[in-house]
Write a protein that binds this ligand. Structure first.
Ligand SMILES: NC(=O)C1=CN([C@@H]2O[C@H](COP(=O)(O)OP(=O)(O)OC[C@H]3O[C@@H](n4cnc5c(N)ncnc54)[C@H](O)[C@@H]3O)[C@@H](O)[C@H]2O)C=CC1
Ligand SMILES: O=C(O)[C@H]1O[C@H](OP(=O)(O)OP(=O)(O)OC[C@H]2O[C@@H](n3ccc(=O)[nH]c3=O)[C@H](O)[C@@H]2O)[C@H](O)[C@@H](O)[C@@H]1O
Length: 491
């Protein structure tokens, strides 16, 4: 395979498909497949990259400027290469046939039924991709697991690929993705590391080198780590488990800070100066969300249980227990502080996405908090700059099983608003559930003037300046910070 650095002329806009000497196909045009391939296409103009998906709607959106996902900087990168060497298509068979390398970047959600339900990852989509490749391939291919999968999934992928009846040779690599949503573009353009696992045979090592040659078009060599397949697959699960564990650890301490008048951000600051601990990922919050932390930790728990390691499984399960506790603790605090009843009260929810700079709502803490507020018969007025109303209802149903069939008043109890000010209008409390930058600079005096009194703020993201808001007149509660003392305090 050749590289741009070897003096190849970058292709012109009009380069025909068969003029490209190397073809990549990526199965799955989601949060990972789309951005990852956009960056490969941008950094390797000599490679033709095609992202395929079974969803026509998803592919159609990738072919417009209204991309199916919101990610800062993504549209610019897509526009640079789309139609040149980056394509989005539902013609899966043709693109697999043409490809030298096929990435599998499909969703691997937690199983909801059957063996391992609620814990094990469902790799059905990965297997279906492998079956499709086996069915249509008539030339050798390197198949790359980009999806996060249970350790030893490559073994299954290999066996499925071996069912190809034309004697085609495949190599299977593990190349897990470490991007975080909201920062996907810088994470892909300057990755902390690229991990590639493969068989330690001549053919396996050659396949690893083929993928190294793609990444080394822009990633420094010392950040490309080659290893064996199983270590690579497992490292991805462990990386997410360590990150999630860190959030649960600091969240557990946030509860202790609130009980002792210590300040959790000061504790984080003190910890962060120790280079062995590091200062990242120490922000206490209403709980972690996102499509992967819970899924991957539970998958690790399941793998430990299935390999006869119940103590190890229980250790990691506590990360989830603490996260569930943190989400529940937040709403319990709201109800308690608002005189033990929020029935009929209006609560402004600021932020619905699982973190800032994304429109992704999968496993967002906001859905759990809103569900609890609805159970208390509050009226919820939500504002999020990137989440559409329809998406919120999809999330209620998918994550919590709450829909208009079992909750007839759902649609009228959740009001979606154009901005934070209209959400707060007439509200008894603000609940800040996503750390969008714009929530830091809101005109809180204006908000206070239009709220019912006493006006409460429950900050689940450490966004507001507590002292400024208290001076305005708000009663402010912030995760990990000392609480104002009122007669309701038990201490
Ligand atoms: N979302 C994230 O930030 C990260 C996700 N991951 C992992 O990457 C994988 C993909 O995650 P996302 O991109 O978030 O998922 P996603 O749900 O956004 O996208 C997956 C796409 O695959 C498509 N698909 C499913 N089966 C298919 C098939 N047989 N053929 C073609 N397309 C098919 C779906 O239609 C969907 O568009 C998961 O294993 C996840 O754990 C890893 C790192 C970061
Ligand atoms: O496999 C994945 O899907 C990805 O999962 C995470 O990325 P992501 O979930 O997109 O976002 P994070 O920045 O990790 O945040 C996850 C959750 O933890 C929360 N969080 C994060 C950091 C922190 O200090 N406190 C905290 O509450 C965030 O608000 C968010 O809800 C990892 O950071 C990525 O490396 C990984 O590739």
């Amino acid at each position: 395979m050749f590289k741009a650095s070897e003096g190849t002329t970058p292709p012109s806009v009009t380069m025909a498909t068969d003029e490209f000497k190397y073809h990549i196909c990526c199965m799955g045009a989601g949060y990972v497949g789309g951005p990852t391939m956009a960056v490969i296409a941008q950094r390797c103009p000599h490679i033709r990259v095609c992202v395929v998906d079974i969803s026509q709607t998803q592919i159609d959106a990738w072919n417009t400027d209204d991309l199916p996902i919101y990610e800062p900087g993504l549209l610019e990168v897509v526009k640079e290469s789309r139609g040149r060497n980056l394509f989005f298509s539902t013609d899966i068979d043709s693109e697999i046939k043409r490809a030298d390398m096929v990435f599998i970047s499909v969703n691997t959600p937690t199983k909801t039924t059957g063996i391992g339900a609620g814990k094990a990852a469902n790799i059905k989509n990965c297997e279906l991709c492998a079956r499709k490749i086996a069915e249509v391939a008539d030339t050798p291919k390197v198949v790359v697991e980009k999806s996060t999968v249970p350790v030893r999934t490559a073994e299954a992928v290999r066996r499925v690929l071996a069912t190809n009846d034309r004697g085609v040779k495949f190599q299977v690599l593990s190349n897990p993705e470490f991007l975080a949503e909201g920062t996907a573009m810088p994470d892909l353009q300057e990755p902390s590391r690229v991990l590639i696992g493969g068989m330690q045979t001549d053919a396996g090592l050659a396949a690893i080198q083929e993928l190294v040659d793609v990444y080394s078009n822009w990633v420094p060599k010392d950040r490309i780590l080659a290893t064996n397949t199983w270590s690579s697959e497992l490292s991805k699960l462990v990386a997410n488990a360590f990150l999630a564990q860190r959030v649960s650890s600091i969240n557990s301490i946030s509860a202790l800070c609130e009980a002792t008048d210590a300040d959790c951000s000061e504790v984080s600051r003190a910890l962060g100066y120790d280079p062995r601990i590091g200062n990242k990922f120490l922000n206490a919050s209403v709980g972690f969300g996102g499509s992967c932390f819970q899924k991957d930790v539970l998958n690790l728990v399941y793998i430990c249980e299935s390999t006869g390691l119940p103590e190890v499984a229980e250790y990691w399960n506590q990360v989830i227990v603490m996260n569930d506790h943190q989400k529940a603790r937040f709403t319990q605090l709201m109800v308690k502080r608002m005189f033990n009843t929020i029935t009929g009260k209006k609560i402004a929810v600021l932020g619905f996405a699982f973190k800032k700079d994304t429109g992704d709502t999968r496993e967002t803490p906001a859905v759990f908090v809103c569900k609890a507020l609805l159970e208390e018969q509050a009226r919820v007025q939500v504002y999020d700059p990137q989440v559409k109303r329809s998406q919120m209802f999809i999330e209620f149903d998918y994550t919590c099983g709450v829909n208009k069939d079992n909750t007839p008043k759902l649609e009228e109890s959740i009001v979606t608003c154009e901005d934070a000010y209209s959400a707060a209008d007439g509200a008894h409390a603000l609940a800040i559930l996503t750390e969008w930058d714009e929530f830091k600079t809101l005109d809180y005096q204006r908000i206070y003037n239009n709220m019912a009194k006493p006006a409460f703020v429950f900050d689940g993201r450490g966004v507001v300046d507590i002292e400024v808001l208290r001076k305005i007149g708000f009663e402010v509660y912030c995760i990990g910070k000392s609480r104002p003392k009122y007669s309701l305090d038990s201490k």
